[in-house]
Design a protein. Structure first.
Lengths: 369, 260
């Protein structure tokens, strides 16, 4: 699999690194970068070859995300969200549905979005209100999805809706093509970080889809959504480790060059101990996500480990990026160096795909129930 | 259409290069090898022409063992087969010897086009394509930034000049060298990388190609590196202190140096 990681590294060096500063400063979405990554086969990695995926294990797929995130979180998170958005069809779709749509979704030309959250239902995802009503051979979808990564720029949307009042057993998943009449998006959110990534509300106003766009049975949507999130959390963990590694790279470089009191600041134990702690946290995070990925790849239960990896790696990334700013001193606080951006970006990883409080809740439940 | 595209593994442009004091040639072992950048454009052009004409692309490289990486890279981009000219006797070959070996191996393979990058980042002589064309008795369209090869026995190119470009035309078979910006080289895809592992690569020695070892290698080189030295340290620049007359001082300096 070194070939895959080498290819990713080359793409990260040649396509991501030259763009990241400008795009993040201007809040520009790098759609063309996803096209290049898609052409190289990185938008369908962990899915079966039968439908155009590369069928690589999560251990490899996650390392790809880490390499991308080391250069540009927006892109790595985008690949992770795209992969998440294909999960429902890949795991809960019928063969006819998969034959019809999955090859295009994994083929690299299209980008997906995953629509679970709503304004009133974030952590309490089962509180969603968007409805899907059966009318003959169609379903009619109505409601507003919030915080949707790739909202408005995605080519397809995996949407969780309510088909009956039952809190969890009343949720049903649909695959909605981007151009469908009635589907629109709001002005993108103005975020603290990851400004190159588009996050927007997605409005569904009498959106009609054929009944065969339903993924799984009516009422199976919550389980489908949570299954996808177990894997998605591993993606977030890998992104966090990559982001932290990027921050450490800059901090080490700077500490070796910056001189105070007549010596490089790296020669002061106070600084080198910080760097050592940063590196240790990164190594621990990497080991944790890889362990969870190995479990997943060998068919063992992994959802508690995924929650642990997401919790640990994203808290670690927050701490490491904050330390990186400290190592650079004043230079860390200004836009001349990327570490202030890394610090702003790390914060979002503690929130998305289940806040870290929710991860603790998942882990705690597994211990006590 | 059958296209042979010639690629060279060179030391990574960004790495620090060293000369081996014993042989006075480039120390290739101490740095990472990559495909010569301009050769990526050559491969891309070959693939585009082959795709448009249902043709075949054979990638050829002369170089030490590790050049297989560069051949594999071209195969993972989409080339169909590889040829590796590999022989210890080739080490230190100059452009004349290199063109001899390449021409010998290409001869008789029925190539309609032979495509090169216009120079390698390590030697930078830009003469191998022309020498190969001469040895094969084929027309040469060098320094092309646009190529049209519709597969009807003709090939047309825009040949870059100091002032613009010349439109040159030839019948095939012909030899082409391409410049940067002729296209946007594709990345290999992950599937392409996996598929490349199964593509055939033929290894050819001097004996296989019928080349006498006396005519290639360092011993046969027409030029010799007599000695080499480190680049001189850069002299400190001239600092002009602006005391209200900075502009005049700079203008004086520039005119002294005959820049203005
Ligand atoms: C940039 C960005 C991109 C996103 N992309 C997507 C996307 O693509 N698709 C999608 O569906 N969603 C997406 N989200 C939404 C994200 O998943 C939610 O923001 C997240 O689940 C938290 O929900 P909330 O914002 O409503 O916070 P709330 O649920 O309101 O939480 C507020 C605070 O209360 C805490 N809290 C809530 N419940 C508990 C509890 N039981 N115990 C302890 N503490 C609790 C939370 O941890 C948090 O600290 C995105 C969000 C952001 C910021």
């Amino acid at each position: 699999m070194n070939d895959l990681l080498d290819l990713t590294d080359e793409l990260a060096r040649r396509e991501l690194a030259p763009r990241v500063d400008e795009y993040e400063r201007e809040g520009r979405f790098p759609r063309e970068v996803f096209t290049v990554l898609g052409g190289a086969g990185l938008l369908g990695l962990p899915y079966p070859q039968r439908w155009g995926g590369a069928e690589v294990g999560y251990t490899d797929y996650l390392q790809v995300l880490e390499i991308l995130a080391r250069r540009w979180l927006t892109v790595a998170l985008g690949v992770s969200v795209h992969t998440l958005s294909c999960h429902a069809l890949a795991t809960a779709g019928t063969d006819e549905q998969r034959d019809a749509w999955l090859p295009d979704m994994l083929g690299g030309g299209l980008l997906g979005a995953y629509c679970l959250s709503e304004t009133q239902s974030g952590s309490d995802a089962a509180g969603l209100r968007t409805t899907a009503t059966r009318e003959g051979d169609e379903y009619v979808l109505n409601g507003t999805k919030a915080w949707i990564t790739h909202g408005g720029v995605a080519d397809f949307y995996t949407v969780m809706t309510r088909t009956s009042p039952d809190r969890t057993a009343g949720i049903t998943a649909f695959l909605v093509p981007g151009g469908t009449t009635g589907l629109s998006s709001a002005t993108p959110e103005r975020k603290m970080g990851m400004r190159g990534s588009v996050t927007a509300q997605v409005m569904l106003d009498d959106v009609r889809v054929p009944a065969d766009r339903r993924l799984g049975e009516e009422g199976s949507g919550f389980r489908i959504a949570l299954n996808a999130l177990d894997s998605g959390r591993l993606g977030i963990a890998a992104c966090a480790v990559g982001l932290a590694q990027g921050a450490l790279d800059v901090a080490v470089d700077y500490a070796r060059q910056r001189e105070q009191f007549g010596s490089p600041i790296a020669s002061f134990q106070g600084v080198s101990f910080t760097l050592a702690d940063m590196a240790t946290g990164i190594a621990a995070g990497r080991a944790l996500y890889l362990d969870a990925a190995r479990r997943r790849d060998s068919g063992e239960p992994f959802s508690t480990q995924a929650a642990m990896a997401k919790l640990f790696c994203t808290d670690m990334a927050m701490a490491v990026t904050t330390s990186a700013v400290q190592v650079l001193g004043g230079a860390g606080y200004v836009e001349d160096y990327p570490v202030e951006r890394y610090m702003r970006e790390a914060k979002v990883l503690q929130i998305v795909e289940g806040t870290n409080e929710i991860q603790r809740l998942v882990i705690g439940r597994a211990l006590t129930q | 259409m059958k296209i042979v595209v010639c690629v060279k593994q060179v030391p990574d442009t960004w790495s620090e290069k060293k000369l081996d004091p014993a042989t006075k040639t480039l120390d290739r072992a101490s740095v990472d090898g990559v495909m010569n950048e301009l050769d990526e454009y050559a491969v891309e052009e070959a693939l585009k022409i082959a795709e448009a004409t249902s043709g075949e692309v054979v990638v050829l490289s002369m170089g030490p063992e590790q050049s297989t990486e560069t051949i594999r890279k071209a195969l993972s981009m989409g080339a169909d087969a590889g040829i590796h000219i590999l022989d210890d006797g080739l080490a230190g070959s100059d452009a004349v010897a290199t063109s001899l070996a390449i021409a010998k191996v290409i001869e008789g393979r029925g190539a309609d086009l032979v495509i090169f990058g216009s120079e390698s980042t390590d030697a930078r002589m830009s003469v191998v394509p022309a020498m190969v064309a001469e040895r094969l008795g084929l027309p040469q369209l060098t320094f092309a930034n646009k190529v049209e090869a519709p597969g009807d026995g003709t090939v047309k190119a825009h040949r870059l000049t100091d002032y613009g470009y010349d439109v040159v035309e030839a019948s095939t078979p012909a030899v082409i060298s391409v410049v940067e910006k002729i296209n946007e080289p594709r990345y290999p895809s992950f599937k392409g990388i996996m598929a490349a592992k199964k593509k055939p690569v033929e290894t050819i020695s001097l004996a296989d190609a019928g080349i006498e070892s006396a005519s290639v290698g360092l011993g046969a080189a027409w030029s010799e590196v007599a000695e080499f030295a480190d680049a001189p340290a850069r002299a400190a620049g001239t600092i002009v202190t602006d005391e209200g007359d900075g502009g005049t001082k700079i203008a004086d300096y520039l005119s002294e140096q005959k820049f203005i």
